[in-house]
Design a binder for this molecule. Structure first.
Ligand SMILES: O=c1nc[nH]c2c1ncn2[C@H]1C[C@H](O)[C@@H](COP(=O)(O)OP(=O)(O)OP(=O)(O)O)O1
Ligand SMILES: [Mg+2]
Length: 193
């Protein structure tokens, strides 16, 4: 029997590339398909609620009986009590990376948590949420700037490199996304034997 199709709904090509790499080892269990649908993101500071709403919407668009997952990635400043959080996308768009670094100039604590919240549904009414967190520091941009805020986030565990300066395998090994999907992989192992 061939592996069941599991749809990842995202319009972000960089995310997709990382997720494909992280899930490559599961390719005998699931057949990963991308649907680049633009999902509405509800206004909320609760990351679980945002990912769940995104997943419900994706599932509705794709129809019943289709396993699907989405993820939402947030960047939460220690000094801002969790903000910008899920709104980071709009800060990157409107202020640019230098503007975001500048936002923290008046604060001694430049720490931040990168958080990926992943919600999966079997398309039959069951939902499962997984989360991965990586703490780091917001620094002046270093490395390629092709993926979001990668060049201004220096994880505590990276020996001084920003995410953008790390190779993908090294990033995935300690990243918010890598950690969320490590949990998802364990789930896949039990769901799709
Ligand atoms: O590992 C990452 N390293 C750096 N930047 C990142 C990362 N992961 C997401 N990002 C950026 C993309 C977007 O500006 C925001 C998350 O917003 P988020 O809604 O989750 O992503 P999105 O709208 O681009 O794609 P999707 O179609 O899956 O919702 O942070
Ligand atoms: Mg989005």
């Amino acid at each position: 029997m061939s592996a069941p199709d599991v749809v990842f709904v995202t319009g972000n090509a960089n995310k997709l590339k990382e997720v494909k790499m992280i899930l490559a080892s599961e390719s005998s269990k699931i057949n990963l398909i991308n649907e680049p649908l633009d999902l509405e993101e509800i206004q909320d500071v609760d990351l679980q609620s945002i990912a769940l709403a995104k997943c419900k919407q994706a599932s509705k668009l794709l129809g019943p009986g289709r396993p699907v997952f989405v993820e939402d990635t947030a960047l939460c400043f220690d000094s801002f009590n969790g903000l910008p959080g899920a709104y980071i996308k709009w800060f990157v768009k409107s202020m640019g990376l230098a503007g975001i670094v500048q936002m923290l100039s008046g604060f001694e604590n430049k720490g931040a948590e990168a958080i990926t919240t992943l919600t999966y549904t079997d398309g039959e009414g069951h939902f499962h949420t997984f989360q991965g967190v990586t703490h780091g520091t917001i620094v002046t941009s270093r490395g390629p700037t092709d993926f979001g805020w990668d060049s201004i986030f220096q994880p505590d565990e990276s020996h001084g490199q920003t995410y953008a300066e790390m190779d993908k395998a090294a990033k995935n090994a300690i990243s918010h996304r890598g950690r969320a999907f490590a949990e998802f992989k364990a789930f896949i192992a039990t769901e799709f034997k």
